[in-house]
Design a protein around this ligand. Structure first.
Ligand code: MG
Length: 252
């Protein structure tokens, strides 16, 4: 019994410093000092100028109405589409155009306009074009204003893969805006390491919210992945007079 009591006393003696520490009065901090503990001061984001309606100062300007020097034809040679005012319009039959530069992860801004449709233009024939990331993954451009087609092929769809959340298309003749955040797929050798992802904002409305890209956007057949590196952006010649303006991107 006595031994037990001794053990208890010894144990308490060992605990005493710890108890004393717990009992020590905490330094009293003013609220602003407590708030300061969760402030992070580094790194400081670089300042970017964001003039209204124009490319941010850190953007790669792909087309500002001046010329098509950032582009070439996929068939070789200069981009042969039609320049006029601050716009560039598909010249049917000349083929897709693509950026001379290759890109991986980007934020892309592009404005497009479908002309008034002709009488026989329905579905996919109603002023079709497209924005291809890395020459493989198409975000559809189509006059989808009161125009029935398969929804995974309407404007702002990930073509033949993902239907947009809503149809934000303006009437033909009006300019439309796409702001697209594209995360490129990653490959480990020939194997897919992580798929691509895309977020699309159409006329200020989120229509694709970080959706997985299942592979190449095929007209016929299933999407598939085949390893590749950074690659150009393409605009599609689908034999329709779709116009574009104010195209820029930021590499992410
Ligand atoms: Mg298309």
């Amino acid at each position: 019994m006595r031994n037990n009591r001794l053990a208890t006393v010894a144990g308490l003696a060992l605990l005493t410093p710890a108890l004393a520490a717990c009992a020590a009065p905490q330094e009293k901090l003013e609220p602003w000092q407590q708030a300061q503990k969760t402030e992070v001061w580094e790194p400081v984001p670089e300042a970017v100028e964001t003039p209204a309606g124009k490319a941010p100062s850190d953007a790669v300007v792909l087309f500002d109405g001046t010329d098509l020097s950032a582009w070439e034809s996929v068939n070789g040679g200069e981009a042969a589409w039609t320049l006029g005012g601050d716009t560039v319009t598909v010249k049917p039959g000349t083929g897709n155009i693509r950026t001379r530069q290759s890109f991986c992860d980007v934020q892309l801004h592009v404005e497009w306009r479908a002309p008034q449709p002709e009488e026989d233009m329905d579905g996919q024939k109603r002023n079709n074009s497209g924005v291809f990331f890395q020459e493989r993954y198409e975000i559809q451009v189509l006059d989808s204003y009161q125009n029935k087609t398969y929804p995974n092929g309407q404007a702002a769809s990930v073509y033949k893969q993902t239907i947009p959340l809503v149809n934000a298309t303006r009437p033909p003749g009006e300019w439309q805006e796409y702001d697209i955040i594209f995360t490129a797929p990653k490959f480990d050798g020939e194997a897919l390491e992580s798929p691509g992802y895309v977020t699309v904002i159409h006329n200020g409305v989120v229509v694709q919210n970080h959706v997985e890209i299942q592979g190449t956007t095929e007209w016929i057949g299933a999407p598939k992945y085949k390893a590749h590196g950074c690659a150009p952006i393409q605009l599609q010649d689908h034999d329709n007079l779709v116009s574009f303006r104010n195209i820029w991107l930021r590499e992410l």
